[in-house]
Design a protein around this ligand. Sequence first.
Ligand SMILES: Cc1cc2nc3c(=O)[nH]c(=O)nc-3n(C[C@H](O)[C@H](O)[C@H](O)COP(=O)(O)OP(=O)(O)OC[C@H]3O[C@@H](n4cnc5c(N)ncnc54)[C@H](O)[C@@H]3O)c2cc1C
Length: 416
Amino acid sequence: MSRYSVFSLFRHALSHHENWQKVWRNPTPKDVYDVVIVGGGGHGLATAYYLAKEHGITNVAVVEKGYLGGGNTARNTTILRSNYLWDEAAHLFEHSMKLWEGLSQDLNYNVMYSPRGVLNLGHNLQDMRDIERRVNANRLNGIDGEVLNAKQVQEICPLLDCSERARYPVLGASWQARGGVARHDAVAWGFARAADSLGVDLLQQTEVVGIRRHEGAVCGVETNRGFIAAKKVACVTAGSSSLLAKMVGMELPIESHPLQACVSEPIKPILDTVVMSNAVHGYMSQSDKGDLVIGAGIDSYTGYGQRGSFPVIEHTLAAICEMFPDVRRVRMNRAWGGIVDTTPDASPIISKTHIPGLYFNCGWGTGGFKATPGSGNVFAHTVAKDEPHPLAKPFSIDRFHSGHLIDEHGAAGVAH
Ligand SMILES: Cc1cc2nc3c(=O)[nH]c(=O)nc-3n(C[C@H](O)[C@H](O)[C@H](O)COP(=O)(O)OP(=O)(O)OC[C@H]3O[C@@H](n4cnc5c(N)ncnc54)[C@H](O)[C@@H]3O)c2cc1C
């Protein structure tokens, strides 16, 4: 795989950019792999990359029923931050944040990581107390964070209505300057290209329809293209995780819900940070091409349709119009939904299972994009060594029996 650089750009310009090699191969499935990863979203692809890069396991297939990065990875609003409340979550998300900081160089692919800062607004006294508690906890964990008053928020984001007349008064916010956004597709493509170049087979249009076992242990997956044998099967299928678990008679503590987002027509730059409000279930940033990227809270019913209901998106847009009156006349271009895999404590499951050779990485719910590199990194360790990475240990599925829950509803349940 040739490296992307200014020199290769120049070299290819001489042949009118007609000879760029394909970004990844389209291989025929082998009969046997050491590891089959089910799900070619960002997390599955990152797992494959770190398995190959850090553990030297390259006889790996990523089996994806649609196209790479076409699930929640393609549908999310790309907010990155690590200001989670509890130590376990804060360490995990901060691990990811550190990987984001060098990811484009590591993958030799521009993931458009943009640390433009994230504001989490407080609209009443209790919001502000929660914000203070969370920022204090973050700082004790070595994570950057500040509590801002309304005046400071207004300076960072002049577009936001911080006046006393505002329908949702702004009392202040938490501010994580290192937070921001990255380009979702580029993250999937960057991990895919890097994994492929290390020998991982990326099998698109290949749906897992069954998981085969021999004497209790996993021995491979049934797919629409035939049986593929594997000593280890790692499921990274987000909203479809319960369906995979059902194939081996397991029940996961996961509910799949629609989560919606929308983008406006592209407009000139007006917003250079990310503004989130848990209280009104709405948040907004502006993409590099100018769209206002707006996200909602989850629809309360469960389902596998990649679309949500009108009242949720209507409520979100009403709140956005109140918070940002200047954008009221901007037209919306597209709205869509993903299927998010929510757990009772709003924390992920990164875990071995009671079935030898079967692993799950799921439950990221509304906020897993920011974790993509970190999740892949710790899950690869868990799969390669058959024991949890120290950062993944608290996120074992056993916590739902032991009661050691990591309740991040305040930090992750609504906003992303
Ligand atoms: C509208 C929306 C906004 C969001 N905003 C944010 C945000 O701002 N910040 C943030 O951090 N997170 C956000 N998220 C959450 C984030 O998108 C997800 O947590 C994350 O992308 C999950 O990545 P993944 O790779 O685990 O899942 P996915 O990208 O969904 O990948 C799973 C893959 O598994 C495949 N699959 C499923 N079943 C099978 C099968 N049987 N066989 C083969 N393949 C299968 C699917 O086709 C899919 O491609 C948002 C989500 C949504 C929907």
